[in-house]
Every structure is written in C-alpha cells, then in structure tokens.
Ligand binder design. Structure first.
Ligand code: FAD
Length: 396
C-alpha cells in the first residue's frame, strides 16, 4: 500500500533513493556487532556525518542544522525509504530522536551551539536519564535530587535502564529540584558530563545477549553539574520529558509495519521446514492462517498509519499514536511468538536464525527482544489506559 504523492514529493524520493544507492555503507558494517546504543564505532560516526553533510540526517530541520526544510509528507517518504531498506540513521537513537531536538527547542543559544551540531555530526554520544527504581511509567515520581549550591547543582540519586550510559559522553538527566510542589512541577532537566566525579555507571547484561550490554544503573553521589547546564527553566523539566517529537512520533508505525513484513517473509520461508509434530509447516492450516493474518496486520497498520498522518497534517489531534504504538509493537511480538511456537525446540537454535529484526539471533531471542518495543515510550498497559480514557471516554 502506498499513498499518492505529487511530482515534487516523488522527485524528493528519487533524489533520496539515488543518494542512498550511492552512499549506504556495506551490509556487513550495518550488521556488525554493537556494544551498546551509545557506542559509536568509526564507521557509524562516518555514516551519520555523511548523512548530515548531504542534508539527509534530519531533512525536516532547517539548513542551519543540516536539514532541508522537508515537508511532513517528505519526511514520511524519508522514513519509509530508510525503513524499507533497514538502514539506521544513527546508532545512538536517543541522541538524534530525543536529545538533539530537546536542546534545539529548549536550550540557550550557547547550549545549542555547544551540543546540537556535535550531536548531529556524531562527535558526541548521549544517554537519557529518566527512569528510576521507583519511577518508570509514573516518571513524575522521580526522586533523584539536585540542589543549587553556588554556580552548581549537587546531584544525588539513582537512575536505571539507562541505555548506553557506560559509552555515553553526556546524559540528559531529569532531576527533582523542588520537592515541595506537585510532582510534575518540581522537575528540571540537566545536561550531565558522564566523566563528572560522583557519576558511576554500573552496566548489567541483557538476558537475550550478554555481549550487547546496553542497560545501566547510574548512581549520582554529590555530583556537581554547572548551573549553565540546566536545560530550559528551573523546575520546568516536565514539558521537556514530553519531547519535541511530534513529527517523528507520527511516523514510528512505519518501522513496525516493515518489521512485521520482514517477520512474515521469514515465516513464509519456514514453510518447507518440519514442525515438532513431524509435518511440513506449510501443510499446517494454522500456520498458513497465521502468516496470512500477520500480513493483514501489517497492511492494517499501514492504513491506520496513513490515516493518523493525514489527520496530523490537518492539525487534528488523534488517538492514533497510542493505537499505532500498541498495535505495531504487539503485532511484531505476536508474529515472533507464533513462529517460535510453530518451530518448537528449533526456535532456540541459533543456526536456524530468525529474521534479522534488530540484531541476529534465534527466533526465540528475536521474540524476547521484541519487548524492547512494548515497554519503553509507554508500556502497552499505559497505551491501553490512554486509549480507554481519551478514545473511549472511560473513567480513570
Ligand atoms: C529496551 C529499553 C530501553 C530503555 N531505555 C531507557 C533509557 O535509555 N533511559 C531511561 O530512562 N529508561 C529507559 N528504559 C526504561 C523504560 O522507560 C521503563 O522500563 C518504562 O517506562 C516502564 O517503567 P518500569 O520498567 O519502571 O515499569 P513500571 O512502571 O514499574 O511498570 C511495571 C508494570 O506495571 C504496569 N503499569 C504501571 N503503571 C500502570 C498503570 N497506571 N496502569 C496499568 N498498568 C501499569 C506496566 O505496564 C508494567 O507492566 C528502557 C526500557 C527498555 C525496555
């Protein structure tokens, strides 16, 4: 399924496709092992810099930030083409997707100059310090404390699940600066140098892949952060947590639709395999049914995505973002779970690799990894709460 685009937008697509064909790094590099989501090997820095220099890293941004003022439709085309080819824009997604736009929108001129371009050019890497042991879905309950002392904030507390913290140069960290007001009102955002004395990262391995160690606990013990590194106004960190991502959120479904299609293709390729009951999978009506039904999910998601995008373009708020996130992330998961169940013990076998969704691994590993779609950015339960309250009008 594809929308009708006008000549100008099709010319934009053609220019992008030509450029990608000529410049995309080798598959081997794109698929080479990574250490964390803030680890930027030389080839990844060079690739992000190449995109930036050509105006293809953030095409919707203004030229002063390396963009080309692409319209929302053109940005959708851009994400479609990258997603279709499985090409990442960056290996440090929290920096590009959340932190750089937050500093652009909420930072001082000095902060923009110091951080935004170096981030876009992959000269520095970032982690995002939001979640804490007692504050995940209910982020506003965060307790990491920052107290002004002269020209510095003194920070004490703990973050958790901080992706890539042990490889990041900087952290955008949300802290409580006023404990005496309602909880959303006493939060501030600090830009923290990860080499600051009193900042300690304790990485912990993932269940699915011990070599890719992304998660960290980050402890702050009397860590001094210059007041100049306050992002936005004091106690006004909450709007920053809500992000500057309206455009990109409106397009997240594109990745999910392609992930489902990739998983469906990989399932189709299993048809000749023999299942645990000794029968060829392709001869099992349940298997064929499942493959068809996941294909329909991908098409439905795409149709819903275009509808949400069209409302977004007309400036109408819509519940589609929550619906799309929930439906997209859960459909990917259901598809991987179904394949795992059809395969039985073979799903554990790395030699029968699953679809290359995020990184390589067996079907079971791919299924376990799919939880990285249904937890961050609002868990599935939280999305259901939003849909219940804002779409169905149910009581809180
Ligand atoms: C891959 C990945 C990367 C991440 N990276 C980062 C990062 O870089 N920085 C960072 O700060 N955090 C990061 N996180 C953490 C993520 O933001 C939190 O896991 C998420 O917000 C959920 O919080 P929690 O884990 O504390 O779970 P909780 O909020 O404690 O929830 C536990 C369970 O209760 C359910 N629940 C909670 N509240 C409600 C409710 N009101 N109604 C119904 N059910 C509810 C949840 O759905 C969940 O099933 C990452 C998480 C993952 C999986």
């Amino acid at each position: 399924m594809r929308l009708q685009y006008d000549d100008i937008d099709e010319a934009f697509r053609a220019e992008l496709v030509d450029w990608l064909d000529a410049n995309v790094p080798d598959r081997d590099l794109l698929e080479s092992p990574r250490l964390s989501s803030a680890h930027l090997p030389d080839w990844a820095r060079a690739w992000q810099r190449t995109l930036f220099d050509a105006g293809w890293l953030v095409p919707g941004w203004t030229p002063e930030y390396g963009g080309r003022n692409a319209t929302a439709t053109q940005q959708m085309i851009y994400f479609e083409e990258l997603s279709k080819r499985g090409i990442p824009r960056t290996l440090n997604p929290q920096a590009l997707g959340i932190i750089a736009p937050s500093i652009r929108d909420f930072g001082t001129d000095e902060q923009r100059e110091r951080f935004v371009l170096p981030t876009l050019r992959a000269e520095i890497s970032w982690c995002l310090g939001m979640s804490e042991p007692g504050a995940g879905s209910d982020l506003a309950s965060l307790t990491t404390r920052a107290v002004l002392d002269g020209d510095d904030f003194v920070v004490n507390g703990q973050k958790v699940w901080t992706s890539g913290a042990h490889h990041a140069d900087w952290c955008l960290c949300f802290v409580r600066t006023d404990p005496d007001v309602p909880k959303h009102k006493g939060i501030s955002a600090l830009i923290v140098d990860m080499t600051t004395p009193g900042v300690e990262c304790r990485p912990f391995p993932e269940l699915t892949e011990p070599d890719f160690c992304d998660f960290n606990e980050v402890f702050f013990t009397d860590a001094r952060v210059p007041r100049a590194n306050l992002l936005g106004a004091l106690h006004q960190g909450w709007p920053i947590t809500q992000g500057s991502l309206a455009h990109e959120r409106a397009m997240l479904w594109i990745d999910y639709a392609h992930l489902i299609q990739r998983a469906v293709q990989a399932m189709q390729a299993l048809a000749d395999r023999v299942g645990p009951d000794g029968r060829r999978l392709g001869d099992d009506a349940h298997f064929r049914d499942a493959v068809a039904s996941f294909h329909v999910d991908a098409v439905a998601l795409t149709a819903m995505g275009y509808r949400g995008f069209s409302k977004f373009m007309k400036g109408r708020s819509s519940p589609e973002h929550s619906l799309l996130k929930l439906f997209g992330s859960e459909s990917v998961q259901q598809c991987l779970l179904a394949a795992t169940e059809f395969l039985g013990a073979d799903a554990l076998d790395r030699d029968h690799a699953g679809p290359r969704m995020w990184r390589e691994g067996s079907w079971l590993i791919q299924y376990l990894r799919s939880f990285s779609g249904t937890i961050p950015g609002g868990t599935s339960e939280i999305q259901r709460n939003i849909i219940a309250e804002r779409v169905l009008g149910l009581p809180r």
